[in-house]
Design a binder for this molecule. Sequence first.
Ligand SMILES: Cc1cc2nc3c(=O)[nH]c(=O)nc-3n(C[C@H](O)[C@H](O)[C@H](O)COP(=O)(O)OP(=O)(O)OC[C@H]3O[C@@H](n4cnc5c(N)ncnc54)[C@H](O)[C@@H]3O)c2cc1C
Length: 402
Amino acid sequence: MDFAYSPEDVAFREELCSWLDENLPKFLADWTSDDDPGGGRLAAIGRTQERRRDWQRRLNEGKWAAINWPKDWNGRDATPAQNVIYAEEMARARAPGIYNANGLWQIGPMIIAWGTEDQQQRWLPGILSADVHWCQGFSEPQAGSDLANLRTTAIRDGDEYVINGQKIWISTAHLAKWGLFLFRTDPEAIERGAKHEGITAFIVDMETPGVECRPIRDITGEEMFNEVFFADARIPATDRLGDEGAGWQVAMGTLGRERVGTAGQAITMAADLRAMISAARAVNPDALEDPAIRERIARLYTEIEHTKLLNYRALTKILKGQKNWPEVPLAKLQWSYLAQALAELALDLLGPNGLLAKGSPDSVDGGSWTRSYSFQRYTTIGAGATEVQKNIIADRALMTNK
Ligand SMILES: Cc1cc2nc3c(=O)[nH]c(=O)nc-3n(C[C@H](O)[C@H](O)[C@H](O)COP(=O)(O)OP(=O)(O)OC[C@H]3O[C@@H](n4cnc5c(N)ncnc54)[C@H](O)[C@@H]3O)c2cc1C
């Protein structure tokens, strides 16, 4: 494992840290005063989105919003090492979320790679400036881990495509103006035994007649996922991204980027562990004397450090041009296990107050630990389900290394 960074990477880190030192405290101060002015759940979602929009705009002004985009598009052409540095420093600073995470990390790079000049000019500025929100619509009721089984059709009719079918679990689709979707332009490909063929990527205006979002209430009580229904929705052929039938390649580029971004999570988890211990000192100090709990804290701390090293090993292999497995799927498994184990530890540490949800006057840290306990269940399915990751480790890493 190589822990050394190049002089360019060291300069990248220094520039980012000094930008964060200068801009993050000011941003946080600007948003603290009206953090919770009331108005109910919808108003709270609106405020969160406005805060994210503002933070993304400030990042973009400093060329820190889209580090993987080319310099001509206000990016930095960041290397894999710089991506890790960025994730680490953002996690260390506890930087807020951004408005168009999907747009900046996945969809924008695909439009840059596959879009025409006209498409780039139409869509990239709005993603960068956070003027409009974007979503990513791949999953369907029968196409999740087995994404190539997707069946929503796009049939060409003159200068348009007619869309029919259903997507599910589409994050923030109800807030989005645009979405990158995968549809089947060759409905016979599955029956032919060639399900990866005949899939095409499209950019969809979510206000098109015949497109309907229905939010799904999740285990935390929030409504950020959607079913999206298409009933004879007509979209212009000029909004197709890449060639007809090239959708699988477009999607793999998108998902490949999703798999890289785990480096900051170990730092976030270490900070969460420290924060829950501080909260326990205030509301339930006896728990910190319990030998069983002390052992769990020590074990989790050690495993977080192991996960950090696993990420460094993956990065070292990527930099040497080697395959990044089994480290990347192993790090994904570690992340989902640790996220849930930490959430469980938080509730045991905090005692009865730790169970109180947002809105209760005695809740700890605004009820965030209780929410986390429910929400972290998603980590065993999001960004690659646990069993599927294990299959990948068994098939590709263990078997091919024999
Ligand atoms: C927080 C979150 C946000 C999401 N946002 C989006 C989004 O914005 N856009 C989008 O398109 N999708 C989104 N998704 C959907 C996500 O991509 C799917 O949930 C994921 O691909 C798994 O698909 P599925 O839910 O259909 O589960 P399935 O694939 O049906 O899996 C169900 C269970 O079966 C197991 N399983 C599946 N195949 C195998 C196998 N071959 N061998 C052994 N076990 C197997 C899985 O491990 C899992 O336990 C989101 C999901 C989450 C949790």
